[in-house]
Design a protein around this ligand. Structure first.
Ligand SMILES: *Cc1c(COP(=O)(O)O)cnc(C)c1O
Length: 410
Protein backbone atom coordinates (compact mmCIF):
# COMPACT_ATOMS: atom_id res chain seq x y z
CA UNK A 1 0.00 0.00 0.00
CA UNK A 2 1.39 3.38 -0.97
CA UNK A 3 1.76 5.84 1.88
CA UNK A 4 1.39 9.58 1.47
CA UNK A 5 3.38 12.40 3.00
CA UNK A 6 1.08 12.92 5.98
CA UNK A 7 2.44 16.40 6.53
CA UNK A 8 0.28 17.59 3.64
CA UNK A 9 -2.78 16.75 5.70
CA UNK A 10 -1.76 19.39 8.24
CA UNK A 11 -2.07 22.16 5.64
CA UNK A 12 -5.08 24.33 6.19
CA UNK A 13 -7.71 23.60 3.57
CA UNK A 14 -9.23 27.06 3.08
CA UNK A 15 -6.20 28.70 1.57
CA UNK A 16 -6.41 32.45 1.11
CA UNK A 17 -6.61 32.97 -2.64
CA UNK A 18 -9.01 30.11 -3.40
CA UNK A 19 -11.35 31.47 -0.72
CA UNK A 20 -11.15 34.95 -2.24
CA UNK A 21 -11.87 33.47 -5.66
CA UNK A 22 -14.83 31.54 -4.26
CA UNK A 23 -16.41 34.65 -2.75
CA UNK A 24 -15.78 36.78 -5.84
CA UNK A 25 -17.22 34.13 -8.17
CA UNK A 26 -20.31 33.74 -5.99
CA UNK A 27 -20.83 37.52 -5.94
CA UNK A 28 -20.24 37.91 -9.69
CA UNK A 29 -22.79 35.18 -10.41
CA UNK A 30 -25.50 37.05 -8.50
CA UNK A 31 -24.47 40.49 -9.84
CA UNK A 32 -23.48 40.01 -13.44
CA UNK A 33 -23.69 43.79 -14.05
CA UNK A 34 -21.07 44.64 -11.39
CA UNK A 35 -17.71 45.78 -12.74
CA UNK A 36 -15.40 44.17 -10.22
CA UNK A 37 -11.95 45.70 -9.75
CA UNK A 38 -9.29 43.40 -8.35
CA UNK A 39 -6.65 44.94 -6.14
CA UNK A 40 -5.94 41.61 -4.56
CA UNK A 41 -3.47 39.09 -5.91
CA UNK A 42 0.07 40.38 -6.32
CA UNK A 43 0.37 39.85 -10.06
CA UNK A 44 1.70 42.46 -12.45
CA UNK A 45 -0.51 43.93 -15.16
CA UNK A 46 1.75 45.87 -17.54
CA UNK A 47 3.54 44.42 -20.59
CA UNK A 48 7.24 43.51 -20.65
CA UNK A 49 9.81 46.29 -21.25
CA UNK A 50 10.50 46.57 -25.03
CA UNK A 51 14.25 45.94 -24.61
CA UNK A 52 13.43 42.66 -22.86
CA UNK A 53 11.00 41.62 -25.60
CA UNK A 54 13.58 42.42 -28.25
CA UNK A 55 16.24 40.32 -26.52
CA UNK A 56 13.84 37.40 -26.20
CA UNK A 57 12.90 37.59 -29.89
CA UNK A 58 16.57 37.60 -30.84
CA UNK A 59 17.17 34.60 -28.58
CA UNK A 60 14.34 32.66 -30.22
CA UNK A 61 15.87 33.43 -33.61
CA UNK A 62 19.20 32.02 -32.43
CA UNK A 63 17.47 28.80 -31.51
CA UNK A 64 15.84 28.70 -34.94
CA UNK A 65 19.10 28.11 -36.78
CA UNK A 66 21.41 25.11 -36.58
CA UNK A 67 24.55 27.27 -36.17
CA UNK A 68 23.34 29.09 -33.07
CA UNK A 69 20.98 26.48 -31.62
CA UNK A 70 21.40 25.69 -27.91
CA UNK A 71 20.12 22.78 -25.89
CA UNK A 72 20.64 22.32 -22.16
CA UNK A 73 22.41 25.28 -20.63
CA UNK A 74 24.39 25.39 -17.40
CA UNK A 75 22.12 24.39 -14.48
CA UNK A 76 23.32 27.35 -12.47
CA UNK A 77 22.45 29.80 -15.25
CA UNK A 78 24.30 31.35 -18.19
CA UNK A 79 27.43 33.31 -17.32
CA UNK A 80 26.13 36.39 -19.18
CA UNK A 81 23.22 36.70 -16.75
CA UNK A 82 25.11 35.78 -13.57
CA UNK A 83 27.82 38.30 -14.46
CA UNK A 84 25.24 41.02 -15.11
CA UNK A 85 23.57 40.31 -11.76
CA UNK A 86 26.89 40.32 -9.88
CA UNK A 87 27.85 43.59 -11.53
CA UNK A 88 24.62 45.59 -11.42
CA UNK A 89 22.76 44.21 -8.42
CA UNK A 90 25.75 43.77 -6.13
CA UNK A 91 29.07 45.35 -7.19
CA UNK A 92 27.27 48.59 -8.08
CA UNK A 93 26.06 48.75 -4.47
CA UNK A 94 29.49 48.00 -3.05
CA UNK A 95 28.77 44.31 -2.48
CA UNK A 96 31.23 41.67 -3.59
CA UNK A 97 29.22 38.68 -4.83
CA UNK A 98 30.90 36.55 -7.46
CA UNK A 99 28.90 35.19 -10.42
CA UNK A 100 29.37 31.63 -9.21
CA UNK A 101 27.63 32.47 -5.93
CA UNK A 102 24.49 33.19 -8.00
CA UNK A 103 22.06 30.43 -9.00
CA UNK A 104 19.55 31.32 -11.72
CA UNK A 105 16.18 29.58 -11.45
CA UNK A 106 12.62 29.74 -12.72
CA UNK A 107 11.20 31.45 -9.66
CA UNK A 108 11.69 32.59 -6.10
CA UNK A 109 8.59 30.80 -4.92
CA UNK A 110 10.22 27.47 -5.78
CA UNK A 111 13.62 28.59 -4.47
CA UNK A 112 12.29 29.65 -1.07
CA UNK A 113 10.49 26.31 -0.82
CA UNK A 114 13.27 24.13 -2.26
CA UNK A 115 15.95 25.61 -0.04
CA UNK A 116 14.65 23.43 2.79
CA UNK A 117 16.14 20.42 0.97
CA UNK A 118 19.61 21.34 2.22
CA UNK A 119 18.69 21.93 5.87
CA UNK A 120 18.14 19.35 8.60
CA UNK A 121 14.89 18.30 10.21
CA UNK A 122 15.43 19.71 13.68
CA UNK A 123 16.08 23.37 13.03
CA UNK A 124 14.08 25.91 15.01
CA UNK A 125 12.36 28.04 12.39
CA UNK A 126 11.17 31.63 12.74
CA UNK A 127 8.71 33.34 10.43
CA UNK A 128 7.13 36.75 10.69
CA UNK A 129 3.41 37.15 11.26
CA UNK A 130 1.96 38.29 8.87
CA UNK A 131 4.02 36.32 6.37
CA UNK A 132 4.26 35.25 2.71
CA UNK A 133 2.42 31.90 3.11
CA UNK A 134 4.95 29.92 1.03
CA UNK A 135 7.56 29.98 3.82
CA UNK A 136 5.12 28.43 6.29
CA UNK A 137 3.46 25.88 4.02
CA UNK A 138 6.75 24.50 2.69
CA UNK A 139 7.90 23.92 6.26
CA UNK A 140 4.64 22.13 7.00
CA UNK A 141 5.14 19.92 3.92
CA UNK A 142 8.71 19.16 5.00
CA UNK A 143 7.47 17.95 8.38
CA UNK A 144 9.00 20.79 10.38
CA UNK A 145 5.79 21.65 12.25
CA UNK A 146 3.00 20.20 14.30
CA UNK A 147 -0.65 20.71 13.40
CA UNK A 148 -2.25 24.16 13.10
CA UNK A 149 -4.20 25.67 15.99
CA UNK A 150 -7.49 27.60 15.68
CA UNK A 151 -5.72 30.82 14.73
CA UNK A 152 -3.91 28.95 11.95
CA UNK A 153 -0.53 28.90 13.68
CA UNK A 154 1.50 25.71 13.40
CA UNK A 155 3.10 24.09 16.40
CA UNK A 156 6.87 24.18 16.33
CA UNK A 157 7.27 27.43 14.39
CA UNK A 158 8.38 30.62 16.11
CA UNK A 159 6.14 33.50 15.01
CA UNK A 160 7.59 37.00 15.10
CA UNK A 161 4.75 39.49 15.22
CA UNK A 162 4.85 42.57 13.00
CA UNK A 163 2.25 45.13 13.97
CA UNK A 164 1.59 48.82 14.26
CA UNK A 165 3.26 48.96 17.68
CA UNK A 166 6.63 47.82 16.29
CA UNK A 167 6.24 49.57 12.96
CA UNK A 168 5.82 46.16 11.27
CA UNK A 169 9.44 45.29 12.10
CA UNK A 170 9.35 42.22 14.36
CA UNK A 171 11.50 42.11 17.47
CA UNK A 172 14.36 39.62 17.59
CA UNK A 173 13.22 36.20 18.80
CA UNK A 174 13.18 35.79 22.57
CA UNK A 175 14.48 32.22 22.11
CA UNK A 176 17.34 31.01 19.91
CA UNK A 177 16.25 30.09 16.37
CA UNK A 178 18.23 28.54 13.53
CA UNK A 179 16.47 29.57 10.32
CA UNK A 180 14.87 33.00 9.99
CA UNK A 181 12.73 34.08 7.05
CA UNK A 182 12.80 37.81 6.37
CA UNK A 183 11.21 39.61 3.44
CA UNK A 184 12.01 43.27 2.78
CA UNK A 185 10.43 45.28 1.20
CA UNK A 186 7.70 43.23 2.80
CA UNK A 187 4.84 41.36 1.26
CA UNK A 188 2.16 41.90 2.62
CA UNK A 189 2.83 44.98 4.79
CA UNK A 190 4.79 47.01 2.24
CA UNK A 191 7.25 48.10 4.92
CA UNK A 192 11.04 48.21 4.56
CA UNK A 193 13.95 47.46 6.87
CA UNK A 194 16.51 50.16 7.57
CA UNK A 195 20.22 49.44 7.68
CA UNK A 196 20.06 49.43 11.51
CA UNK A 197 17.26 46.85 11.53
CA UNK A 198 19.18 44.56 9.17
CA UNK A 199 22.34 45.03 11.21
CA UNK A 200 20.48 43.80 14.30
CA UNK A 201 19.32 40.69 12.45
CA UNK A 202 22.75 39.94 11.04
CA UNK A 203 24.28 40.35 14.49
CA UNK A 204 21.63 38.04 15.96
CA UNK A 205 22.33 35.42 13.29
CA UNK A 206 26.07 35.64 13.86
CA UNK A 207 25.69 35.28 17.62
CA UNK A 208 23.23 32.38 17.36
CA UNK A 209 24.81 30.67 14.35
CA UNK A 210 21.52 31.08 12.49
CA UNK A 211 20.89 31.44 8.78
CA UNK A 212 18.70 34.26 7.46
CA UNK A 213 16.64 33.47 4.37
CA UNK A 214 16.28 36.95 2.93
CA UNK A 215 13.60 37.46 0.28
CA UNK A 216 14.37 40.61 -1.70
CA UNK A 217 11.73 40.07 -4.40
CA UNK A 218 10.68 43.73 -4.14
CA UNK A 219 14.09 45.41 -3.82
CA UNK A 220 13.67 47.21 -7.15
CA UNK A 221 10.77 49.18 -5.67
CA UNK A 222 12.95 50.89 -3.04
CA UNK A 223 13.31 54.59 -3.75
CA UNK A 224 14.69 55.79 -0.37
CA UNK A 225 18.49 55.82 -0.87
CA UNK A 226 19.13 54.96 2.80
CA UNK A 227 17.36 51.58 2.56
CA UNK A 228 19.58 48.58 1.68
CA UNK A 229 18.50 46.56 -1.38
CA UNK A 230 20.49 43.51 -0.36
CA UNK A 231 21.19 41.97 3.03
CA UNK A 232 24.81 41.70 1.88
CA UNK A 233 25.07 45.47 2.18
CA UNK A 234 25.36 44.69 5.90
CA UNK A 235 28.84 43.77 7.04
CA UNK A 236 29.13 40.12 8.07
CA UNK A 237 25.94 39.06 6.27
CA UNK A 238 27.76 36.80 3.83
CA UNK A 239 28.47 34.36 6.66
CA UNK A 240 24.83 34.16 7.73
CA UNK A 241 22.43 34.88 4.86
CA UNK A 242 20.96 33.46 1.67
CA UNK A 243 19.25 36.00 -0.58
CA UNK A 244 16.40 35.38 -3.01
CA UNK A 245 15.64 37.74 -5.89
CA UNK A 246 13.14 37.58 -8.70
CA UNK A 247 12.49 39.22 -12.05
CA UNK A 248 8.76 38.68 -11.54
CA UNK A 249 7.81 42.04 -10.11
CA UNK A 250 10.64 44.25 -11.42
CA UNK A 251 10.28 43.47 -15.14
CA UNK A 252 6.91 41.76 -15.18
CA UNK A 253 8.20 38.18 -15.36
CA UNK A 254 5.45 36.56 -13.28
CA UNK A 255 4.45 34.58 -16.36
CA UNK A 256 7.87 34.39 -18.02
CA UNK A 257 9.62 32.99 -14.89
CA UNK A 258 13.16 33.86 -13.85
CA UNK A 259 14.72 34.39 -10.44
CA UNK A 260 17.95 33.87 -8.58
CA UNK A 261 19.35 32.72 -5.27
CA UNK A 262 22.62 33.94 -3.82
CA UNK A 263 24.60 31.63 -1.55
CA UNK A 264 27.97 33.06 -0.57
CA UNK A 265 30.84 30.57 -0.50
CA UNK A 266 31.71 31.32 3.11
CA UNK A 267 28.22 30.42 4.37
CA UNK A 268 28.35 27.16 6.32
CA UNK A 269 26.08 25.08 8.54
CA UNK A 270 26.87 22.19 10.82
CA UNK A 271 26.69 18.43 10.20
CA UNK A 272 25.87 16.04 13.06
CA UNK A 273 29.59 15.29 13.34
CA UNK A 274 30.14 18.96 14.14
CA UNK A 275 31.82 19.53 10.80
CA UNK A 276 31.08 22.86 9.07
CA UNK A 277 29.65 22.19 5.59
CA UNK A 278 29.35 24.71 2.76
CA UNK A 279 25.72 25.50 1.96
CA UNK A 280 26.85 26.70 -1.46
CA UNK A 281 28.16 23.23 -2.19
CA UNK A 282 24.97 21.53 -1.02
CA UNK A 283 22.72 23.87 -2.99
CA UNK A 284 24.90 23.48 -6.07
CA UNK A 285 24.47 19.71 -5.81
CA UNK A 286 20.74 20.04 -5.23
CA UNK A 287 20.19 22.55 -8.03
CA UNK A 288 22.13 20.58 -10.64
CA UNK A 289 20.42 17.33 -9.66
CA UNK A 290 16.83 18.51 -9.53
CA UNK A 291 16.87 21.41 -12.01
CA UNK A 292 18.05 21.65 -15.60
CA UNK A 293 18.41 25.39 -15.92
CA UNK A 294 16.10 28.27 -16.78
CA UNK A 295 15.34 28.74 -20.46
CA UNK A 296 17.92 30.50 -22.64
CA UNK A 297 15.30 32.83 -24.10
CA UNK A 298 14.16 33.86 -20.64
CA UNK A 299 17.70 34.44 -19.38
CA UNK A 300 18.43 36.65 -22.40
CA UNK A 301 15.30 38.62 -21.56
CA UNK A 302 16.38 39.00 -17.93
CA UNK A 303 19.89 40.07 -18.97
CA UNK A 304 18.40 42.81 -21.18
CA UNK A 305 17.03 44.42 -18.03
CA UNK A 306 20.63 45.31 -17.12
CA UNK A 307 21.36 47.22 -20.33
CA UNK A 308 20.99 51.02 -20.18
CA UNK A 309 17.83 50.86 -22.25
CA UNK A 310 16.36 47.97 -20.25
CA UNK A 311 17.21 49.60 -16.94
CA UNK A 312 15.47 52.82 -17.89
CA UNK A 313 12.37 50.96 -19.12
CA UNK A 314 12.28 48.92 -15.90
CA UNK A 315 12.45 52.13 -13.90
CA UNK A 316 9.51 53.55 -15.90
CA UNK A 317 7.52 50.42 -15.09
CA UNK A 318 8.32 50.66 -11.40
CA UNK A 319 7.50 54.38 -11.37
CA UNK A 320 4.15 53.58 -12.93
CA UNK A 321 3.25 51.06 -10.22
CA UNK A 322 4.61 53.26 -7.45
CA UNK A 323 2.44 56.14 -8.65
CA UNK A 324 -0.50 53.75 -8.27
CA UNK A 325 0.73 53.01 -4.74
CA UNK A 326 0.94 56.71 -3.92
CA UNK A 327 -2.56 57.36 -5.29
CA UNK A 328 -3.94 54.49 -3.22
CA UNK A 329 -2.16 55.66 -0.10
CA UNK A 330 -3.21 59.28 -0.45
CA UNK A 331 -6.76 58.41 -1.47
CA UNK A 332 -7.26 56.12 1.51
CA UNK A 333 -5.70 58.60 3.93
CA UNK A 334 -8.04 61.30 2.64
CA UNK A 335 -11.02 59.25 3.80
CA UNK A 336 -9.45 58.68 7.20
CA UNK A 337 -8.05 55.17 6.74
CA UNK A 338 -4.67 54.41 8.35
CA UNK A 339 -2.27 53.11 5.73
CA UNK A 340 1.21 51.63 5.90
CA UNK A 341 3.69 50.69 3.20
CA UNK A 342 3.23 51.76 -0.40
CA UNK A 343 6.29 54.05 -0.37
CA UNK A 344 9.15 51.63 -1.15
CA UNK A 345 6.95 48.65 -1.98
CA UNK A 346 3.99 48.04 -4.30
CA UNK A 347 1.68 47.04 -1.45
CA UNK A 348 -0.49 49.24 0.70
CA UNK A 349 -1.41 47.73 4.06
CA UNK A 350 -4.39 49.36 5.65
CA UNK A 351 -6.10 49.15 8.97
CA UNK A 352 -9.73 48.19 8.48
CA UNK A 353 -12.06 51.04 9.45
CA UNK A 354 -14.52 50.61 12.33
CA UNK A 355 -12.54 47.68 13.79
CA UNK A 356 -13.97 45.32 11.15
CA UNK A 357 -12.26 41.98 10.83
CA UNK A 358 -10.25 41.49 7.65
CA UNK A 359 -12.92 39.24 6.10
CA UNK A 360 -15.76 41.58 7.15
CA UNK A 361 -14.00 44.40 5.36
CA UNK A 362 -13.40 42.13 2.37
CA UNK A 363 -17.14 41.38 2.14
CA UNK A 364 -18.08 45.03 2.61
CA UNK A 365 -15.74 46.14 -0.19
CA UNK A 366 -16.91 43.37 -2.51
CA UNK A 367 -20.63 43.82 -1.87
CA UNK A 368 -20.84 47.61 -1.65
CA UNK A 369 -18.00 48.79 -3.90
CA UNK A 370 -17.26 45.75 -6.08
CA UNK A 371 -13.62 45.95 -5.06
CA UNK A 372 -11.44 42.94 -4.24
CA UNK A 373 -8.48 43.12 -1.89
CA UNK A 374 -6.67 40.63 0.31
CA UNK A 375 -7.68 40.07 3.95
CA UNK A 376 -4.69 40.59 6.24
CA UNK A 377 -5.69 37.64 8.40
CA UNK A 378 -4.92 35.38 5.44
CA UNK A 379 -1.22 36.17 5.97
CA UNK A 380 -1.29 35.22 9.64
CA UNK A 381 -3.07 35.79 12.92
CA UNK A 382 -1.35 39.15 13.44
CA UNK A 383 -2.77 40.35 10.10
CA UNK A 384 -6.30 40.33 11.54
CA UNK A 385 -7.85 43.77 11.25
CA UNK A 386 -5.63 44.67 8.31
CA UNK A 387 -6.09 44.50 4.57
CA UNK A 388 -3.69 44.47 1.61
CA UNK A 389 -4.14 46.41 -1.62
CA UNK A 390 -1.79 45.90 -4.52
CA UNK A 391 -0.47 48.67 -6.76
CA UNK A 392 -0.20 46.24 -9.67
CA UNK A 393 -3.06 47.52 -11.76
CA UNK A 394 -3.99 49.87 -14.57
CA UNK A 395 -4.18 53.56 -13.66
CA UNK A 396 -7.86 53.72 -14.58
CA UNK A 397 -8.68 50.82 -12.24
CA UNK A 398 -6.82 52.50 -9.39
CA UNK A 399 -8.62 55.79 -10.00
CA UNK A 400 -12.00 54.12 -10.24
CA UNK A 401 -11.28 52.11 -7.07
CA UNK A 402 -10.54 55.33 -5.19
CA UNK A 403 -13.81 56.91 -6.37
CA UNK A 404 -15.61 53.89 -4.94
CA UNK A 405 -13.67 54.03 -1.68
CA UNK A 406 -14.73 57.67 -1.28
CA UNK A 407 -18.35 56.79 -1.94
CA UNK A 408 -18.21 53.92 0.52
CA UNK A 409 -16.28 55.54 3.35
CA UNK A 410 -15.74 59.26 2.68
C1 LIG B 1 6.06 37.63 -5.88
C2 LIG B 1 6.95 37.16 -4.77
C3 LIG B 1 8.07 36.39 -5.05
C4 LIG B 1 8.45 36.04 -6.46
O1 LIG B 1 8.09 34.76 -6.76
P1 LIG B 1 8.40 34.16 -8.21
O2 LIG B 1 8.22 32.69 -8.01
O3 LIG B 1 9.80 34.52 -8.55
O4 LIG B 1 7.40 34.74 -9.16
C5 LIG B 1 8.89 36.01 -4.01
N1 LIG B 1 8.62 36.37 -2.75
C6 LIG B 1 7.55 37.12 -2.44
C7 LIG B 1 7.32 37.50 -1.04
C8 LIG B 1 6.67 37.52 -3.45
O5 LIG B 1 5.60 38.24 -3.14
Amino acid sequence: MVQINENYLKLKAGYLFPEIARRVTAFAKEHSEAKIIRLGIGDVTEPLPPAVVKAMHAAVDELASRESFRGYGPEQGYAFLREAVAQHDFAARGVDISPDEIFISDGSKCDTGNILDIFGQDNRIAVTDPVYPVYVDTNVMAGHTGPADDSGRYGGLVYLVANEANGFIPDLPAEPVDLIYLCFPNNPTGTVASREVLQRWVQYARENKSVILFDAAYEAFISDPSIPHSIYEIEGAKEVAIEFRSFSKSIGFTGVRCALTVIPKQLVATASTGEAVSLHQLWSRRHSTKFNGASYVVQQGAAAAYTAEGRSQMQDLIRFYMTNARLLREGLESVGISVFGGVNAPYVWLKTPGKLTSWEFFDLLLNKAHLVGTPGSGFGAAGEGYFRLSAFNSRSNVEEALVRFRQLIG
